[in-house]
Design a protein around this ligand. Structure first.
Ligand code: ATP
Ligand code: MG
Length: 564
């Protein structure tokens, strides 16, 4: 497949988004010498999803655009939920999307430095050890309308704080017995600045640092300082972190370290989709789906297995743009981007999913021939292939009607259609079983119409696909649809299970009959089954059994349902 970027539709320059404006202004004013360094900071506690893909495309894309670089930093400050399995999958997914990081870092690499800076803040009187319980701390934080109450331990001397903090580190206290807090303002209108917790005690093995530490930094204390250690110029995160920004700046200012700056954009929300890692994990654990890479999951590995391409995802990320306000993007847009890409690039094949047998009574028995078929009408370089034809073929059940309405242009008694790349055939007899079910059709073909061309200028209005019965290969075909039938599965009324709006028809498994050239297709190979949709070879495929996933139908079948 060609790897060039999808044409985004127009040659006009797109208006700049606010992040591009900020970066261009910084370059112009020679802030940081015009240098641009972004980072993508996943927490290795789950698989990446399409929302992360948006963030990846943004962080790496901006750096690429302005001649900068991007670090991959694992935000592994919570030893309890994190795992190496996730680290590896995250790296694989970013590379698959087409991006390379300048450096692979771990927030845990900075634990020593962060610890030293915490001691520095204690010495400067900006941090103290608090003996209150989690619950007391929560209650004493006050509310949006009421100021908090200062801790009775707030005015400990620097010496005492230093001693206690060192003993916290040495493992003298149990989980939850003490925390280190920044000393800011218990009446601050921004609740996050009411003496936020910097360190808590967790006696737990860390996947990288083992049992070296039993105190772990909180996100707010670790993140900005990690940015600063790496000299990140533009630290881009999602909107819900805007209230954290004053704290981000406070630590950097008090420590007098490299002034990284945080900028927020609206996170990607998609209709018919849940993205929270907690919910995705639940779907996996409760076996609602086959795993993290189930083709119905919004995870990058799920999309990949489904048949999505990195180009389609990058195109989507670009089309979605960068917003400053939260919104929900229609899932149809993602599917549109996918079809745009696959239509241009994947080869066509013939497959019949609901077979109806057709006997061509005037075609010699025990004869077959090879007919030429075009691989991709959108791409001449894809060339041609040969497909076998014989006396017995399958067509799609829905391409025949015994009593058709006026506008039905496919096969019907006495009517003629074109078999794609083959011949004109005419239906003469409908054969039924004792229950009246149609079991096969008897047709005749016009040998002069070979290749599907009219021999005498006579017109047939319909062209249908087919496969030759003796040559057809059986394959398992998994017809995937949206996982949720509710456009907004994240907003269910109180007391209603968010899983209640799962789409009961999100997977149908059938046996399809495919043309023999697909026999040796490899996992992840993608095709358009003519007139049906886009399909991709699934990883469950073995030498004995081919499995295809339906990546997408040819048209948006949900638009009608949504009344568009
Ligand atoms: P969750 O809340 O589901 O656990 P998270 O946002 O905490 O997800 P992280 O691993 O911390 O997951 O995210 C890594 C980066 O990806 C962060 O910078 C985060 O802002 C960004 N990100 C996560 N979800 C989205 C989204 N839906 N749209 C855009 N960016 C996102
Ligand atoms: Mg997070």
């Amino acid at each position: 497949m060609a790897s060039e970027e999808l044409n985004t539709g127009t040659n006009e320059e797109k208006p700049k988004n606010f992040l591009e404006e900020i970066i261009e202004a910084d370059i112009k004013s020679e802030k940081h010498g015009g240098r641009v360094l972004t980072r993508f900071p996943p927490e290795p506690n789950g698989y990446l999803h399409i929302g992360h893909a948006k963030s990846i495309c943004l962080n790496f894309g901006l750096a690429q655009k302005y001649g900068g670089k991007t670090n991959l930093r694992f935000d592994d400050t919570n030893p309890v939920k994190e795992d190496i399995e996730y680290v590896n999958s995250i790296k694989e997914d970013i590379q698959w999307l087409g991006f390379n990081w300048a450096n692979e870092f771990y927030a845990s690499d900075y634990f020593d430095q962060l610890y030293l800076w915490a001691e520095e803040l204690i010495k400067k009187g900006y941090a103290y050890v608090d003996d209150q319980s989690q619950e007391e701390i929560r209650v004493n934080r006050g509310t949006v309308t009421q100021p908090g109450k200062e801790s009775p331990w707030r005015d400990r001397s620097a010496e005492e704080n230093l001693d206690l903090f060192r003993r916290m580190r040495a493992g003298e206290f149990k989980d939850g017995e003490k925390v280190l807090r920044a000393k800011i303002d218990m009446a601050h209108p921004n609740m996050l600045l009411r003496d936020p917790i910097m360190y808590r005690i967790i006696h737990s093995e860390h996947h990288r640092t083992g049992d070296k530490w039993c105190i772990y930094p909180m996100y707010d204390y670790a993140h900005g300082q990690s940015d600063s250690i790496e000299n990140i110029t533009h630290s881009i995160c999602t909107l819900e972190f805007d209230v954290h920004r004053p704290l981000y700046d406070w630590f950097i200012e008090k420590l007098e370290i490299f002034p990284s700056k945080q900028y927020e954009f609206a996170r990607l929300n998609l209709s018919y989709t849940v993205m929270s890692k907690r919910k995705l994990l639940q779907l996996v654990q409760e076996k609602v789906v086959m795993g993290w890479d189930d083709p119905r999951m919004p995870t990058i590995c799920g999309l990949r297995r489904r048949g999505y391409t990195p180009e389609a995802i990058r195109y989507f990320a670009d089309k979605v743009g960068v917003a400053k306000r939260d919104n929900v993007i229609d899932l149809s847009l993602l599917e549109f981007c996918l079809r745009e890409d696959l239509n241009k690039r994947v080869e066509r094949r013939m497959a019949v999913l609901n077979p109806l047998k057709v006997v061509i009574t005037n075609y010699p028995e025990n004869q077959s021939e090879e007919l030429e078929a075009i691989n991709n009408p959108e791409d001449e370089s894809a060339g041609k292939r040969m497909i076998p034809f014989s006396r017995e073929i399958y067509i799609e059940q829905e391409d025949f009607m015994e009593n058709p309405p006026k506008k039905f242009f496919r096969l019907a008694p006495g009517k003629e259609v074109r078999l794609r790349y083959a011949y004109f055939i005419k239906c003469n007899d409908v054969i039924k079983d004792e229950n009246g079910n149609i079991v096969e059709l008897h047709c005749t073909y016009d040998p002069a119409s070979r290749g599907g061309n009219s021999p005498d200028g006579r017109k047939v209005q319909g062209t249908i696909h087919w496969v030759s019965i003796p040559h057809a290969v059986k394959a398992e075909v998994r017809l995937f649809d949206r996982l949720f039938s509710n456009p907004d599965p994240n907003n269910v009324p109180e007391g209603v299970d968010w899983k209640s709006s799962l789409n009961p028809d999100s997977l149908k498994v059938i046996e399809g009959l495919i043309e023999p050239s697909l026999q040796n297709a490899s996992v992840l190979d993608k095709f358009q089954f003519e007139r049906i949709g886009y399909f991709c070879v699934d990883s469950d495929t073995t030498s004995k059994k081919l499995v295809f996933n339906r990546t997408a139908t040819l048209k948006d079948t949900w638009a009608k349902i949504a009344g568009k």
